[in-house]
Write a protein that binds this ligand. Structure first.
Ligand code: ADP
Length: 419
């Protein structure tokens, strides 16, 4: 007598639910095989996976009493029921395998199991067969209803296998990305270290030469010094990124007036602003110099990077404002411009290392896409936060918060301050 309709339905629902909560593949496939045997009143069930290289099937799951015997057994693609079902991508029921040439008898010999009848269905993922599921020895003949049940279970098993494959792929690509990232950091560390010494010599000697030679060659020597200095800046940026990533950078904090840092940094950009006829406004509350315990060198770099960008990406005659204000538990600083702005699609990425907005004529500006990522890490090292609001064609506003009571993310022992 066939299994009751209600039992059948509730078992299938249970397995479908199990699919969405599946943690491990093996117990899930085992429960599918048990259901396949029970719901079709078969003696046994197994799941075979196809290997494209050897063109054979191996037993992914089989009843425990056969597992050891057939764990290394292979079923050929040609000359087996599994192979026929796999190639035809359709189920096959055989009531008496002794009368069918397609039956591969070697497995019975190995396992000591006697196969009388068989129902086999393909496991298909995105139209491609990946294996088969088989049930054996029903007392009566296999029916259309049994085929339907096995096909349903086969599609659940195929989805579970696919999920498992995808998960493994994601894990291995995450692993690869991590390894590549490590390689990149190592490369940055070695390259910047190796370049620093010869570059220091070039700068030193050319500065010395500038003193010695007359004005005749001043332009050429100045060009060497200018370009070598630029290379030095690039190397410093690269090694800063590496140091922050590896925790090799320390916060040397002391009480500093953020108001004064803002003034000093702005003063160094005065010429750049003037050249582009950009109005540079500083807005800091009167009678509040914004004292806070920070690493002034790092916060000056943050402000320089933000200000340099604001002036670079604002057209002539534009406006840039730097604001500093005291808040309850932090100091808030923003750099706002009415320049090109950043397209919405790029906004979540601008703090990534080496990211540049293509449409920003970045080639002409010649940056490396490191300024913002360095700024963000430096602010985060102080336990603060840096973010951006921007509208393309309207302007950008970069804001950072520095907590007044530092809870730096790096455990740093007290350092003597050396300017
Ligand atoms: P870079 O040193 O190349 O400027 P950053 O990390 O400082 O790199 O900035 C990344 C990118 O973000 C820039 O190339 C630019 O496209 C965009 N960007 C940064 N600041 C601004 C700004 N104030 N206005 C418009 N775009 C900006």
């Amino acid at each position: 007598m066939a299994v009751d309709q209600d039992i059948l339905l509730s078992r299938l629902i249970e397995l479908t639910r199990g699919f969405s909560t599946m943690v491990d593949l093996e117990p899930y496939l085992q429960s599918i095989l048990s259901a396949a045997s029970e719901l079709t009143e078969s003696e046994s069930a197994s799941l075979l996976e196809y290997d494209e290289v050897s063109q054979e099937f191996s037993f992914k799951f089989a009843p425990w009493f056969h597992r050891a015997a057939i764990s290394s057994a292979k079923v050929p693609l040609y000359g087996s029921i599994a192979g026929w079902v796999f190639l035809q991508k359709k189920p096959l029921a055989i009531d008496d395998v002794t009368k069918d040439d397609r039956h591969y008898k070697a497995i019975d010999d190995i396992s000591g199991f006697t196969t009388r009848s068989i129902l086999c269905a393909p496991l298909v993922v995105h139209g491609k067969p990946v294996g088969v599921i088989e049930i054996f020895n029903k007392k009566d003949s296999y029916t259309g209803r049994d085929i339907l049940i096995l096909e349903t279970l086969a599609s659940l098993a195929a989805n579970a296998l696919q999920n498992d494959m995808l998960e493994k792929k994601v894990l291995s690509s995450q692993d690869e990305t991590r390894k590549l990232d490590e390689l990149k950091s190592e490369f940055i560390a070695i390259t910047s270290h190796e370049l620093r010494t010869p570059l220091g010599l070039i700068l030193g000697h050319s500065t010395f030469l500038k003193e010695l030679i007359g004005s005749e060659y001043k332009e050429q020597v100045d060009s060497i010094i200018r370009n070598a200095s630029r290379l030095k800046d690039i190397i410093e940026s690269l090694s800063s990124v590496y140091n922050y990533e590896t925790g090799g950078s320390l916060v040397r904090s002391h009480m500093v007036s953020v108001g004064r840092v803002i003034e000093d940094v702005s003063a160094s950009f005065h010429d750049m602003a003037k050249k582009k006829d950009i109005v540079l406004n500083i807005e800091v509350e009167r009678n509040n110099e914004l004292w806070v315990d920070i690493d002034s060198g790092k916060i000056a770099i943050v402000l320089s990077n933000l200000l340099k960008n604001a002036l670079t990406f604002t057209n002539e005659g534009g406006q840039v404002a730097i604001r500093g204000e005291q808040q309850v538990e932090c100091i808030k600083v923003s750099v706002e411009d009415n320049g090109l702005g950043i397209p919405a699609k790029d906004l979540p990425l601008v703090f990534d290392r080496f990211y540049q907005v293509e449409s920003h004529l970045t080639r002409r500006h010649g940056g490396m896409g490191l300024g913002l990522s360095i700024a963000k890490v430096m602010i985060e090292m102080h336990g603060g936060d840096l973010w951006v609001e921007s509208t393309e064609g309207v302007g950008s506003k970069f804001t950072f918060l520095l907590p007044v009571k530092q809870k730096s993310k790096l455990e740093v022992p007290p350092q003597p301050f050396v300017e």
